[in-house]
Write a protein that binds this ligand. Structure first.
Ligand SMILES: Cc1ncc(COP(=O)(O)O)c(C=O)c1O
Length: 415
């Protein structure tokens, strides 16, 4: 294989031969270890995106990589036409870990969301006695659940939807963080069988709902016999300082969706968990995936969750998050002309930037951070998400806060 030697070569090739469906930061990463990544010229950066929270356990975690390599030399794929000797182990591990009867492994997050939608519809017909073709689902504005045509059918982001219609029917969009709106829609629509949401909206800009919102919607769902579907693809597996973000409200989803860090960012693995009452509504032949539940995914999942426990990464995420927000809040107090808000939980955090002549947009601030050795990406024009691997140490988090502080304080007063 031809070797790409410089940043410019790599960017040029992607631009020439790849689809233009992303606008990456102008950095070409060639290796990673823990919280660090290196570019084509050997410059080191702190990774403050963690591949959108997939690399919670740190880049190239040796235990996870070893599990993958050993399995890859043994058997990689059997398909679900046959049993393999690893899937059952992973299913047992994940069910016991999160407290559910059953699990269903897929690959990408979007596939897991689609799986959850199919499961709840099937449950609606079989257990809630809805007439065929009438099942509906409530979702919230600002959601991000993936990119399939089914999922974008209930997106409120025009860049996700424009030019991709026709959209699928059967969704009701209500405001986020508004429990009375849920009660109203469920009371008036008996065909709704599921309510799908993120416990913190990641792509919308790390929007944290009020304490008690999740427990309120759980109670409303119970009242109307509607299944609560929580998408923890970005927020789960320690990212927010708890095993699941819903743990803050002591809420257990009826259907839990996981992805990203389930594999430590090593290969695509996602899963849906629920109890028998829902999972057994789907019968052989009704849903599946060639790669879903492959033996590499199975061993990688177990290793990834074991690493979370062995290294107390959830607890670390909680503590490092406190330090990060405390330092960023002090920075906001120093520069209220640049920073309008700091928020988040654990190590899923965001800063809102006040755009100005000297500041530019959040994107310009990210470029300045990159120059100074810290990689992150704006979620929207004015918001920067900060989500480093959960293995980050206290010393490293202070060093990174120093970098952010230096960049923000260097911006001349905006007038
Ligand atoms: C909350 C949430 N759900 C679903 C997805 C889609 O996951 P994937 O990109 O693996 O399909 C994402 C990805 O960012 C996400 O953040």
């Amino acid at each position: 294989m031809e070797m790409i030697s410089t940043t410019l070569d790599a960017i040029e090739k992607e631009k020439r031969y790849g689809a233009h469906n992303y606008s990456p930061m102008p950095v070409v990463l060639t290796s990673g270890q823990g919280v660090s990544v290196w570019d084509a010229e050997g410059k080191r950066y702190y990774d403050f995106l963690s591949a959108y929270s997939a690399v919670n356990q740190g880049h190239c975690h040796p235990k996870i990589v070893d599990a993958m390599v050993t399995q890859a030399k043994t058997i990689t794929l059997t398909s679900r036409a046959f049993y393999n000797d690893k899937l059952g182990l992973a299913e047992e591990y994940i069910c016991k870990y999160f407290g559910y009867d059953k699990s269903l492994f897929m690959n990408s997050g979007a596939e897991a969301v689609e799986t959850a939608i199919k499961l709840v519809r099937k449950w609606g017909y079989k257990k809630k006695n809805l007439s065929e073709g009438t099942a509906e689902i409530a979702v919230v504005g600002g959601n991000f659940h993936g990119r399939t045509t089914g999922i974008i059918s209930f997106s409120t982001d025009t860049s996700s939807t424009d030019g991709f219609g026709p959209m699928m029917q059967g969704y009701h969009i209500i405001p986020y963080n508004d429990a009375p709106a849920l009660e109203k829609i469920l009371a008036g629509n008996p065909n709704i069988c599921g309510f799908l949401l993120e416990p913190i909206q990641g792509e919308a800009g790390v929007l944290v709902p009020d304490d008690g919102y999740l427990s309120a919607v759980q109670a409303i769902c119970k009242k109307y016999n509607v299944k609560l579907i929580i998408d923890e693809i970005q927020t789960g597996i320690g990212r927010t300082g708890k095993r699941l973000a819903s743990d803050y409200d002591k809420v257990k989803a009826d259907i839990l969706i996981l992805g990203k860090a389930l594999s430590g960012g090593v290969i695509p693995v996602s899963a849906v968990l629920c109890d028998d009452e829902i999972m057994l509504c789907i019968q052989p032949g009704e849903h599946g995936s060639t790669f879903g539940g492959n033996p590499i995914a199975a061993v990688v999942t177990i290793a990834s969750l074991e690493v979370m426990e062995e290294e107390s990464l959830t607890e670390n995420s909680y503590q490092m998050g406190q330090i990060f927000r405390e330092r960023m809040s002090r920075l906001k107090d120093k520069r209220p002309d640049i920073i309008s808000a700091v928020r988040g939980k654990g190590l899923l955090n965001a800063m809102d930037i006040i755009p100005g002549e000297k500041t530019g947009t959040a994107g310009n601030v990210c470029l300045a951070l990159m120059e100074n050795g810290l990689l992150c990406k704006p979620t929207h024009q004015h918001t920067i998400r900060f989500s480093p691997p959960l293995v980050i140490t206290e010393e490293q988090i202070h060093t990174c806060c120093d970098i952010i502080e230096k960049v923000i304080l260097a911006i001349e007063v905006n007038h």
